[in-house]
Design a protein around this ligand. Structure first.
Ligand code: BTN
Length: 283
């Protein structure tokens, strides 16, 4: 795509185009994911902005990305620390023709796309089903998917992705330092946010097309299985405040985590309904 401020959807309040976004404008080769790209210097939450744009009719695949979030949101009502210029804080608007009950599949697609983008930069990461990417057992990325529905039909999905790319170790809040990290902290050098961003968007598009064309997410699930940090481990499953211990034994083609109890009874867990943790900590 040519770097043309007239063609792209640069918001007026945005002052600077830094390397990440300039690199993305020049090098992005996707068909529709990120073609409408709203780049902001600061915003409360890219998910909130993306939902506003979706309600106003923005394109399928539109992306909102911000240098910082002042009120980044995580799962289960948590906040998401999003310091300026140090990460990828972005949301993708999707309008797939699928049932609301299949919307969580976009989370598995996003997890696989992020994992693959990090892998392509030469960094070894793992996926903690369903929403997190981890390096050396600590979280570097979280995904928050939100949907809008009407009469059991899907209006849109917003897939929010936060990647701690170049956060310095001193900038990770003390209370999070045992569970959270950044790619820079783990590999000992800065990583190109622009390269990570375009790889993420093109991986996402490729994996998402399987859902659109065939209704399946086998390629994404294979990535989630092969890079799973949970499979083969004993885990704590937290459902409606109740905690039980299980062994994680696999992931179904639909994206459910298969767990086994001590009697060998196997059951599927649906993402969104449960939280999982390692027995002794985060994983
Ligand atoms: C989690 O692991 O709890 C999910 C974190 C999701 C954070 C991202 S950052 C971009 C997008 N905007 C938000 O407010 N949240 C998501």
């Amino acid at each position: 795509m040519a770097y043309d401020k007239e063609e792209i959807n640069l918001e007026k309040e945005n002052i600077e185009v830094d390397n990440m976004i300039e690199y993305a404008y020049k090098n992005l080769k996707t068909k529709y994911i990120g073609r409408e790209l709203v780049y902001l210097d600061s915003i409360d939450s890219t998910n909130i902005k993306a939902k506003e744009l979706a309600a106003q009719g923005c394109a399928d695949g539109a992306v909102v990305i911000s240098e910082e979030q002042t009120n980044g949101r995580g799962r289960l009502g948590r906040s998401w620390v999003s310091p300026k210029g140090q990460g990828i804080w972005m949301s993708i608007v999707l309008r797939p023709d699928i049932k609301p009950s299949d919307a969580a599949k976009t989370t598995h697609i996003a997890a696989a796309a992020v994992w693959k983008a990090i892998y392509e930069l030469g960094v070894d990461a793992q996926i903690k089903w369903p929403n997190d990417i981890v390096i050396n057992s600590k979280k570097v990325c979280g995904i928050l998917s939100e949907m809008s529905t009407e009469l059991n039909s899907l209006n849109y999905i917003v897939v929010g992705i936060g990647i701690n790319v170049n956060i310095d170790k001193d900038s990770i809040p003390e209370e999070l330092s045992s569970v959270a990290t950044s790619i820079k902290k783990e590999v000992g050098k800065e990583v190109s946010k622009g390269e990570l961003l375009i790889r993420l968007l093109s991986n996402f598009e490729e994996l998402y097309e399987e859902l659109i064309d065939y209704g399946t997410i086998i390629n994404s699930i294979n990535i989630c299985r092969d890079s799973s940090v949970l499979i083969g481990k004993r885990i704590k499953v937290i459902l409606k405040g109740q905690e039980v211990e299980r062994e994680a034994i696999g992931i179904t083609n639909e994206g459910e985590l298969l767990v086994s109890d001590d009697m060998g009874n196997v059951s599927p867990l649906i993402s969104g309904e449960v939280s999982v943790r390692g027995i002794y900590g985060y994983v």
